[in-house]
Design a protein around this ligand. Structure first.
Ligand code: MSP
Length: 513
């Protein structure tokens, strides 16, 4: 069986979930659902990143011990996934025993292979990014503060530390990127990574002695692991590492896609493959770096008070509407701007007037004029065949877009067929045929219903509830709601009783203040 492994980053539990977390998780969910419907054995992993200085600090300011703190916040992230209808197969927490064992095993292996050595770190560290920076990367902020390229404030750190021999891996990484041109997508980001590696890398500090909230380094009571070494390892822990003969590991490693935001690409596309190669393990097949959302043109930040709460979006606009908007509005990989007006425009023009209206006008005519059953199909005209041909061609073209995570383009393809179907209804005018040629009217409505079946099944990954509601109204059996059934052989059967049509996508009307 074909397999597919997709992961979200594991989320820091220092914060409440916001639109950025929702976005990364949603994109993975759409991929996972698509691949399942396409016959793959899918493993979809999400979870929480619970160690490190940043989380320890948040716990301290909340006045609780880190374990109690992380137990609480981790639940919020699990809750967000449920609310967004995310279909992850596992949820990993880095404080779990299985993960601590896995990190320690990887550590021991790297040590045994001579990839780690004990030294002393003296340099800059940004707690917000949990990242080390070289002097040359920093700029001067107010009061002489050192600022990382991400905007995070840095502090000077001096401590005994283990190092990973990252400097030795530059050439092998460059060779790996060269041999795997689609390892990093989008390609613009790939170039950034390559120039970072080409500029020469220092060895990486991978243990800390100034903090205690982390995975203990084996046989070194004063050291805990650097939080990124700990965090990245989650992707193999969940497959049963260190048991590389475990069924899940054999089936799903290397991962097909690690989905990440652009801010954490370096960790995934440089450090992670270097750790893996050094341990003699395979590197993932792809890291996709998506862009960042701004809010009405402004950078999202807690201090500006403009953080977008995903729960509020769902409540105001609806779950599937929000899922659709996030996947459609911005070319995946680019930065994007969230605005209420753009959200409302998408809901009203693409959903209510687009797929919603097409379904409603087709199904209500069927209910009224065809006795509430799938209409009788006569011989197909060229116009009928054109529309059905486009619907049948969708799977191949949508699949191509999904294979490069071009969600917006996949949706464009679907909406092109919706537009074609709209033109078809206008041209065929089934309401006029009702008076002149009932048999032809039935065929036209049949063609529309069958086109809706294709659209409904292909919309399942994006808007599972609404697509299922549409397929319910077409009486498509649950077992036939996957891509193997998108052929003529499983076309709707004339005479099948249909339930009364119900609107799927209402227009959004701004509440009166
Ligand atoms: N814990 C690390 C990941 C470790 S993975 C081995 C981390 N966590 S995070 O919670 O800070 O970020 C999680 C994801 O949210 C990242 O992919 C990040 O890019 C994304 N986003 C955070 N703010 C965002 C926006 N404003 N817009 C889009 N995504 C953003 O990093």
């Amino acid at each position: 069986m074909k397999t597919y492994y997709v992961t979200t980053p594991i989320y820091y539990v220092n914060d409440v979930p916001h639109i950025g977390h929702a976005y990364t998780s949603l994109s993975c969910d759409v991929l996972a659902r698509f691949k399942r419907l396409d016959g793959y054995d899918v493993m979809f992993l999400s979870g929480t990143d619970e160690h490190g200085q940043k989380v320890a600090k948040s716990a301290a300011s909340a006045g609780v011990d880190p374990q109690t703190f992380t137990d609480g916040v981790s639940e919020n992230f699990r809750g967000l996934l449920d609310t967004l209808n995310i279909s992850n197969d596992d949820f990993i927490r880095t404080t779990e025993e299985r993960h601590i064992k896995s990190c320690q095993a990887l550590w021991n292996d790297l040590l045994k292979r001579g990839e780690l050595y004990l030294g002393k770190y003296a340099g800059w560290y940004a707690v917000r990014d949990e990242a080390y920076y070289g002097e040359d990367e920093l700029t001067e902020g107010t009061g002489g503060k050192k600022i990382a390229p991400s905007g995070a404030e840095c502090e000077w750190v001096e401590e005994p530390s283990y190092f990973f021999k990252l400097s030795a891996w530059g050439d092998r990484l460059l060779k790996f990127y060269d041999e795997n041109p689609d390892f990093i997508l989008p390609h613009t980001r790939r170039n950034e990574v390559i120039s970072f590696v080409k500029s020469g890398m220092r060895d990486l500090s991978v243990s800390r002695t100034a903090i205690t909230w982390g995975v203990p380094v084996p046989n070194e009571p004063k050291h805990v692991m650097y939080v990124w070494l700990d965090a990245l390892t989650n992707y193999i822990t969940a497959l049963g590492y260190p048991d590389t003969q475990a069924e899940k590991y054999k089936k799903h490693w290397p991962a097909n896609v690690h989905m990440v935001g652009k801010d954490i690409l370096r960790f995934h596309a440089v450090y992670w493959p270097a750790f893996l190669m050094a341990a003699g393990l395979e590197s993932p097949k792809r890291v996709f770096a998506h862009g960042w959302w701004t809010n009405e043109g402004q950078k999202i930040s807690k201090s500006l008070g403009n953080v977008i709460d995903p729960y509020e979006l769902l409540q105001t606009y609806g779950l599937d509407q929000t899922r659709y908007f996030l996947m459609r509005e911005v070319p995946f990989g680019n930065d994007g701007d969230f605005s209420r007006s753009a959200m409302i425009r998408r809901i009203n023009s693409d959903l209510a007037n687009g797929i919603g209206n097409l379904a409603q006008r087709s199904l209500s005519q069927i209910a009224k004029n065809c006795g509430g059953v799938v209409p009788k199909r006569g011989a197909f005209t060229e116009a009928d065949q054109n529309l059905l041909g486009s619907a049948q061609g969708l799977l191949a073209s949508v699949r191509q877009e999904m294979d490069v995570q071009a969600f917006h383009k996949a949706l464009d393809r679907l909406w092109a067929v919706i537009a074609q179907a709209d033109r078809y209804v206008d041209e065929q005018a089934p309401w006029a045929l009702k008076k002149t040629d009932i048999a032809r009217m039935e065929t036209v409505l049949y063609v529309l219903a069958e086109t809706l079946r294709y659209l409904g099944v292909l919309l399942l990954p994006f808007m599972p509830d609404s697509a299922n509601a549409l397929l319910d109204q077409l009486a498509v059996p649950a077992a036939e709601r996957n891509f193997a059934y998108l052929t003529e052989k499983y076309a709707l059967k004339s005479g099948t009783p249909l339930s009364a049509p119900q609107g799927i996508f209402p227009r959004y009307v701004e509440p009166v203040a």
